[in-house]
Design a protein around this ligand. Sequence first.
Ligand code: NOJ
Length: 934
Amino acid sequence: MATQMRTPYLLLLILLLVLHLSLVFSWKKDEFRNCNQTPFCKRARSRKPGTCSLIANDVSITDGDLTAKLIPKNPQSQSQDEDQDHPDQDPIKPLILTLSVYQDGILRFKIDEDQTLNPPKKRFEVPDVVLPEFVDKKLWLQRVSTETIDGDSGISSIFYLSDGYEAVIRHDPFEVYVREKGGDRIVSVNSHGLFDFEQLREKKEGEDWEEKFRGNTDTRPYGPQSISFDVSFYGADFVYGIPEHATSLALKPTRGPGVEDSEPYRLFNLDVFEYLHDSPFGIYGSIPFMISHGKARGTTGFFWLNAAEMQIDVLGSGWDADSGISLPSSQNRIDTLWMTEAGVVDAFFFAGPGPKDVVRQYTSVTGTPAMPQEFATAYHQCRWNYRDEEDVENVDSKFDEHDIPYDVLWLDIDHTDGRRYFTWDRALFPNPEEMQKKLAAKGRHMVTIVDPHIKRDEAFPLHKEATKKGYYVKDATGKDFDGWCWPGASSYPDMLNPEIRSWWAEKFSFENYVGSTPSLYIWNDMNEPSVFNGPELTMPRDALHLGGVEHRELHNAYGYYFHMATTDGLVKRGNGKDRPFVLSRAFFPGSQRYGAVWTGDNTADWDHLRVSVPMVLTLGLTGISFSGADVGGFFGNPEPELLVRWYQLGAYYPFFRGHAHQDTKRREPWLFGERNTELMREAIHIRYMLLPYFYTLFREANTSGVPVMRPLWMEFPSDEVTFSNDEAFMVGNSLLVQGIYTERAKHASVYLPGEQSWYDIRTGTAYKGGKIHKLEISEESVPAFQRAGTIIPRKDRFRRSSTQMVNDPYTLVIAVNSSQAADGELYVDDGKSFEFEQGAYVHRRFVFSDGKLTSSNVVPNSPGKTRFSSVCVVERIILLGLSTRPKSALIEPANQKVEIELGPLWLRGGRAPAVLTIRKPNVRITDDWTIKVL
Ligand code: NOJ
């Protein structure tokens, strides 16, 4: 009887398990809308070129900007789309266009409804993204000239953008573009007449604007409010950017002759289980910033600041063959179509002309990446979940036992009391402070997870307080929005509201976050926001934020605001003296100012290893330099070979963290036999050895926006072979890394660009630049090369954590070019405070030429109020590619002679090749000196 009873239970249990697993382990295509199921996208995609009937009227200069009214050319015969969202009785009201010019070749382009005509409400413009300093860089327009451009019947207004560039507004038909002075176009909007702007309306009797998707109803109280237009990039061979998609670096066309039925690239922050490794589908974050690059013209950027759902088509050449529209045919061109559900047009054109210029221009608008805590640039060990304090202690000590450095141990959702963030499961973690202190004693840190969904539990003080204060996002009826997430019924603080953000920030104080200590930092997950029972697993679009802003208008920025509030909390906790570290899954333009981002729930397979590279590169191109993918793959169990290869590649991601799903087998680096442990140890050691180089690059990103990990074409912009290469990448300007993405690979074809040689960083072997090399691959490492003409600073002594390396001496690796010259930099500060902002840092420039190495300040006599002191010295200088065989070197000003001998290229492993080494020069990194090889 008992067995009989048990059988159906067992079957039910198995069924439930299978259901659960299929929910967790497969991409549920049907859960998410495609373009055809998204009315604004479907309408915009079906519109024909030339449909826009607007012309620019009343063009004038107002407050230093160029303004115009966009009105239908012929109000009687104004084009009405076939769709019922443009009812005949509503005449198109004028739209207001504003063009502003900023320093460094940036044109801002805004279009909104005319507020003097009393629209039902103000459309949402995303605040808090554009830097206040940027606004101050506006150049006041003085003069606009007019011109009749060849073939036009009407006139165009032309004004100065920057030296060499002009902005043009064509009045009829309406078009805006940037061109080289008096010459070729660079980027344009509405050249194909696809511009459309649906204005807000009051509902009339009998009108039904509701949209339904899988049982969810969106009330759409203001009717359709979408905007769409075409953007063309000239002299472009490829376009890049607009993360986040798991796809190639160079964006493939989504429409046009020969393109199979494809979705547009979607920008809609979503929690997607097991995303596909090659898809235009939108995942956790959104950055509507596209970069074009081509051999003929160089680089151009276009950024649309808008937080509503966006869909972007890259149109394959010939897509407009039947349109009758002719654009300058002498220039290569890539056309794109941008469509959004709501908001306004607030867009920026960046004139470049180089890749680094465009990134600098974009980050001058949205901010450069924050300078990270130095420890955060080292290796992180994560798992969902380290079970309890004993588990933590065990993992921590195993790293030491196996001589593997790591810096941060992470705790996922199950360290909390019932997924109530800021609490601890006291049965599993009875002494969280002590646990953190033990790690801190070894120079290690801890990160805990804090998600935005707050458990609706009357006994949970955070929930009680948020409810009482009215701090939650409201549903369409005005009640606190109640959705389902990890803790069950949950509500979400309205992070758009600055008052609520500062309330949230206070929760990170040591008094409020009981059990936290100064070595604890934070992980923000599920902040798209993820709502398990919401439409497309997120918040309904008609939910309401501060000031009646609909969630549809703000959606893509919700996670950004959450990240911002959390980061602010850590800054406040440290009284403004300790740099925050917050990792976020969702992101938006500007997220780089608040911390790191990772690419979410990838899978333990070779395709996901492969796609992690274009994903991280794309994030870097769009401002988010500090990012990485889960090493090993989040879902599933990697074969040891895949795991090893992932460590070998991940060691070069700017953010380097191993992480795994709770249902996977444990996979700490010592669990796969001695040889694999050794290989993973070596991979992690390489990262630790290169930390000074990485940190210098983080500083470069912080000052210029140029990312740590870069596409090859960013360093070799006129080498076409590099334009679509996303298997290899540069770390800074000196290192090229080639991933290995197949099982049992014995060979790899590696393209080494440029005219100079490249040195294998493990063997010191030189390879010629400007060719593809077929290389033998060993299990020991992925191929990585130092570019001739560069100097890389390293620290070669191995410790338990990066913090224990602070006073260690440096090694400089000089790889000379064909002129026997090289240069490089080293940036050092205290690694944790904000004093570097007052000048408390060392930033050296090393130049090797004419047989002499010179160290000097990058910024001579820097005006810094605070000084940074360091006792560190350079203990070894390695010389690669020298044509002579010097025996000694003379250090000045000390007037001291040191030996040059053959020494190991790297200190571990015993098999290191012997290379020319200046032994123990022991010059301080803070001093000016020269070393002359004799
Ligand atoms: C989803 C995140 O992407 C993953 O990294 C995390 O482990 C789980 N949520 C549980 O918190």
